[in-house]
Design a protein around this ligand. Structure first.
Ligand SMILES: O=C(O)C(=O)C[C@H](O)[C@H](O)COP(=O)(O)O
Length: 207
């Protein structure tokens, strides 16, 4: 398990609109009570945005959508504390081990989970969670892979997050629902903070 993520029940996944958005968005996450984020490498200036996010005091910043060994190096250089991928390849596994960067590989099938375990990873991202069968599929997988911890991501909402987290082996769910785009476009950081706080309150209510 990736110790720095212990205790987080939700991992916000963020595709930054621009590097300028990173600081206020990161501050809204901290102020809302969820000081962790996975910044996706889906935009041309994502690395610059990731580096900006890393400047936010108290925020644990990881990189998402890491698809190559080169990117694994780049995100570490930019300051990422962990990396997440949509898929697992031998070169990603080797790079993560060589760099000592905590890494959560993406999986969707039994073979992919076993491959991740064989490669030395006990924590995986079930992706794309909803499209891959949702809670029902993940329950069947956790029944078999009893020693694996899961972070389902992809299409999850505040409501469905509860059902995923009810599975013992789900340590956190990933998603973007607590970072509403309309508020971000309006640069209404207080609205973002409130959405983050609502997400935290919803997870707390499950305990
Ligand atoms: O880019 C990646 O590596 C991802 O992790 C894709 C994620 O599924 C979304 O970024 C978050 O999912 P939504 O909550 O459906 O928006």
């Amino acid at each position: 398990m990736i110790t720095m993520l212990e205790g987080f029940r939700t991992i916000p996944v963020c595709t930054l609109r621009s590097p300028a958005e990173a600081r206020p968005l990161g501050e809204a996450l901290v102020a809302g009570g969820l000081p962790v984020v996975e910044v996706t490498l889906r935009t041309p200036d994502a690395l610059a945005g990731l580096a900006e996010m890393c400047k936010v005091p108290g925020l644990t910043v990881g990189a998402g959508t890491v698809r190559t060994a080169q990117q694994m190096h780049e995100v570490l250089e930019a300051g990422a504390a962990f990396a997440v991928s949509p898929a697992l390849t031998a070169s990603l596994a080797d790079a993560a081990h060589a760099l000592g960067l905590p890494f959560i590989p993406g999986v969707a099938t039994p073979t992919e989970i076993q491959t991740a375990v064989d490669a030395g990873f006990d924590t995986v991202k079930f992706f794309p969670a909803e499209a891959s069968g949702g809670v029902r599929a993940l329950k069947a997988l956790t029944d078999v892979f009893v020693d694996v911890r899961f972070m389902p991501t992809g299409g999850i909402t505040q409501d469905s997050a509860r059902d995923y987290r009810a599975l013992d082996q789900v340590f956190a769910v990933g998603g973007s629902w607590m970072l509403p785009l309309a508020a971000r476009e309006a640069e209404d950081w207080e609205a973002v903070r409130l959405a983050v706080a609502a997400c935290v309150a919803s997870a707390e209510a499950e305990r």
